[in-house]
Design a protein around this ligand. Structure first.
Ligand SMILES: Nc1ncnc2c1ncn2[C@@H]1O[C@H](COP(=O)(O)OP(=O)(O)OP(=O)(O)O)[C@@H](O)[C@H]1O
Length: 246
């Protein structure tokens, strides 16, 4: 089964053609890393998947729902397709544990005790069990991002989207967040689509690497092929050489 299917998808911002004829299938349980230069359309692509941004033309099927159909309720998609943002998007006026418990309580009507138990388990998983009652402002960026991941996991999603989850972090915080993401990729059967420049992460856990430039997918390779002897296009290689060491 496929979790995500793009068929000839076009997206515009006004007259600007941001996604050009995107064709892409991501199967259940796959981990896919999306890379490309700034402005190439990576965020635009990932944001269409859970309906944050609309598409103009083509077909986009996510978890069986047709996003080109205006009647599709995007909340039904977001229930199973979570998103982790560059800037965390935590509720700053709520404690860490409340951040994690909120959506399952409201959307899934999960009983309070069970909800708290799972939230504590997830806090433990991301190494922050001692921060349950802290407020987001008391946390470092890396801690905030791990809370944001725990919050997404609390919905027990089938698919998680990550939009540059470590780009806003101080370098020393990055590995803690990547370790949590690697753990999810290795030890769950969740589908993951990750926009990142972290090539170590891609090499370690991605099944495929996709390279975008100017709103188009230029490469869609297995991780072995992408990093192998004959990887990708000239532009992908050029881009890789620019970010290597990052
Ligand atoms: N809301 C918007 N309105 C108009 N143009 C937009 C909007 N969002 C993005 N764009 C434009 O669409 C193009 C693709 O942007 P997008 O954010 O998807 O790229 P990206 O590859 O994620 O870049 P970055 O790595 O810098 O985040 C860019 O040229 C950008 O300026």
């Amino acid at each position: 089964m496929s979790m995500i299917e793009f068929h000839n998808v076009q997206k515009y911002y006004g007259k600007f053609h941001a996604l050009k004829d995107i064709n892409l299938t991501i199967d259940d349980g796959e981990t896919v890393v999306l890379i490309g230069p700034s402005g190439s359309g990576k965020s635009s692509l990932i944001r269409t998947v859970n309906g944050l941004d609309p598409i103009r033309d083509g077909q986009l099927i996510v978890n069986g729902f047709d996003l080109a159909d205006k009647k599709t309720n995007v909340n039904l998609i977001r229930k199973d397709v979570g998103m982790v943002f560059q800037h965390f998007n935590l509720y700053n006026n709520k404690s860490v544990i409340e951040n994690i418990m909120l959506a399952p309580r409201i959307v899934l009507k999960r009983p309070e005790e069970e909800n708290r138990e799972l939230a504590m388990k997830l806090l433990d998983k991301v190494g922050l069990a001692n921060k349950a009652e802290s407020m987001p402002a008391q946390l470092s960026g890396g801690q905030k991002q791990r809370i944001a991941i725990a919050r997404s996991l609390a919905m027990k999603p089938k698919c998680l989207l990550f939009d540059e989850p470590t780009s806003a972090l101080d370098p020393e915080m990055i590995d803690d967040v990547l370790d949590v993401m690697k753990d999810i990729a290795k030890n769950s059967n969740m589908t993951m689509l990750v926009v990142t420049h972290e090539m170590g992460f891609a090499r370690a856990v991605a099944d495929r690497v996709i390279f975008m430039a100017d709103g188009r997918i230029l490469e869609d390779d297995s991780t072995e092929k992408f990093f192998g002897d004959q990887p990708s296009t000239e532009r992908a290689r050029e881009f890789m050489s620019k970010i290597s060491g990052h």
